[in-house]
Design a binder for this molecule. Structure first.
Ligand SMILES: [Cu+2]
Length: 67
């Protein structure tokens, strides 16, 4: 079990938060993702260490960026 914290930029409303969380949870190895709308801080819980590239790709796929 591993945890990672990233900062997502570009979220404006709860559905943005939802899109980021769903896209992250879709990645193999990611069990849980919790994004904070105001700070952009997103906590990711993984069953194994997922690469930063895979995490970044998932966030970008949802239409946002990792700072
Ligand atoms: Cu939104």
């Amino acid at each position: 079990m591993a945890e990672k914290e990233i900062k997502v930029v570009g979220m404006h409303c709860p559905s943005c938060v939802n899109a980021v969380e769903l896209s992250l949870k879709d990645v193999d190895g990611i069990d849980e993702a919790k994004a904070d709308l105001n700070s952009g801080i997103t906590k990711i819980t993984m069953s194994y260490d997922v690469s930063d590239t895979d995490i970044k790709d998932a966030v970008e796929e949802a239409g946002f960026k990792v700072e």
